[in-house]
Design a protein around this ligand. Structure first.
Ligand code: COA
Length: 172
């Protein structure tokens, strides 16, 4: 029986065996095939040049002495933007949705962003109920709403409050 594990890393963190360009191409394909029109398509060149940091979620399987790789999802965080970081390009491969992966990667992205900036924001289309559900469940608050998008924001303090609530429940 093979061993499976998930690795999350930035463009150059899979080298070897993959080059930065190959990872950017993989992310561009994921967005195109699985972004459901909620995520703007990107070329690999745009991904490489973008000031946002793109992350790939890769399922790695080792079986019969060989490695197999399956891209499960991606996300990007722009920490250059002021004053808040920006979460974007969150995608989970269609067959792997509904297993908690989307929530997990958004949690990772949020913690990363809030270690660098005082707040993080995300823009979601009003009909993207799944994304809105995940963000509000994680503690993001609606800051603005118009016909095109809903802007949600999470502040560093909110994250600390959420962690404290969780610890209190565990009675630690
Ligand atoms: C948004 C996305 C990343 C979520 O990934 P996922 O792995 O399916 O998400 P999870 O399994 O972690 O969580 C799904 C949650 O949404 C809830 N959900 C599912 N469908 C829903 C709906 N139609 N309305 C409200 N909530 C919904 C689930 O019940 C679950 O919540 P729970 O943990 O409270 O039970 C994925 O659907 C995706 O890639 N969509 C296309 C691209 C996209 O929309 N990106 C965001 C652009 S802003």
């Amino acid at each position: 029986m093979g061993v499976k594990f998930i690795r999350i890393g930035r463009l150059d963190e899979f080298n070897p065996p993959f080059t930065r360009k190959e990872i950017a191409e993989t992310i561009a394909r994921l967005i195109e095939k699985h972004g459901d029109g909620f995520v703007n398509k990107k070329t690999p060149e745009q991904i490489i040049k973008d000031p946002a940091r793109y992350f790939l979620v890769l399922l790695i399987e080792f079986d019969d002495g060989a490695f197999k790789f399956l891209p499960l999802g991606c996300f990007a965080v722009n920490i250059v933007k002021q004053p808040c970081a920006l979460l974007k390009s969150v995608v989970i491969r269609r067959e792997y949705r509904g297993m908690g992966l989307g929530k997990k990667i958004i949690e990772i992205a949020t913690k990363y962003a809030l270690s660098q900036k005082p707040c993080i924001e995300a823009y979601v289309k009003p009909n993207n109920q799944r994304m809105l559900h995940i963000l509000t469940k994680l503690g993001y608050k609606i800051a603005e709403r118009n016909k095109k998008h809903i802007k949600l924001v999470m502040h560093k303090n909110t994250l600390i409050e959420e962690i404290m609530k969780h610890l209190q429940k565990l009675k630690i």
